[in-house]
Design a protein around this ligand. Structure first.
Ligand code: GRF
Length: 196
């Protein structure tokens, strides 16, 4: 049975584009909706150009009421009957209440070799620590931020004169390979960690 995938974004959606472009042919999943919490996210027209329905739930009108934002998100999402949610550059922390029904069905990509550098500014932190390698991780989402079981990792060298931007670009190129590869296996029920 073809798995129905919802992809959550907040920005350009470069990971979303690679996921959508990979879900073709004998792939066991198909994209059913792209969801953004940012009304003018560049990923929304990108998804539309790829023929994927989009919904936007702007979190700003809800202020600090995360539960109300998530209730609206769930209501709009339900119409698309997703089996899997892929967070791809989605910058809102989701509450345990939202996550509970998605336990084991929600993936995220994080731009570090978890468990190192949970949270933000991962590349700057790796440079400041003098790391010689960096990378990205796809993991199952749990209520603890950037902490769930690891499904895949890709490593890149840190170069002598790297800046956070040059390192981010090198890592992003690996994200675009890792996330589609992990989603394909996950949709087939294969949770064995993949390492590049
Ligand atoms: C990527 O670095 C990803 O790891 C992080 O958000 C950044 C932008 O992703 N979660 P995208 O281009 O919007 O997919």
């Amino acid at each position: 049975m073809t798995k129905r995938v919802a992809i959550f974004i907040s920005g350009g959606g470069s990971n979303m584009v690679r996921l959508v472009e990979d879900m073709k042919g004998d792939h066991p999943a198909r994209p059913v909706v792209v969801v953004s919490n940012v009304p003018d996210a560049g990923g929304i027209p990108a998804a539309a150009r790829l023929g994927v329905p989009t919904i936007t739930v702007d979190h700003k009108p809800f202020g600090k009421d995360r539960a109300a934002f998530e209730a609206e998100l769930s209501k709009q999402l339900a119409r698309f009957r997703p089996d899997i949610i892929c967070l791809a550059g989605f910058m809102r922390v989701l509450t345990a209440g939202f996550l509970r029904p998605w336990d084991g069905k929600m993936l995220n990509i994080h731009p570090s070799l978890l468990p190192k550098y949970k949270g933000l500014h991962t590349h700057q932190r790796a440079l400041e620590a003098g790391d010689t390698e960096a990378g990205c991780t796809v993991h199952l989402v749990t209520p603890e931020l950037d902490d769930g079981p690891i499904l895949g990792q890709a490593r890149v060298p840190v170069m002598e004169n790297d800046t956070a931007d040059t390192l981010a670009a090198r890592v992003l190129a690996q994200e675009h390979k890792l996330y589609p590869a992990v989603l394909r296996r996950f949709a087939e029920g294969n949770l064995a960690p993949l390492t590049f």
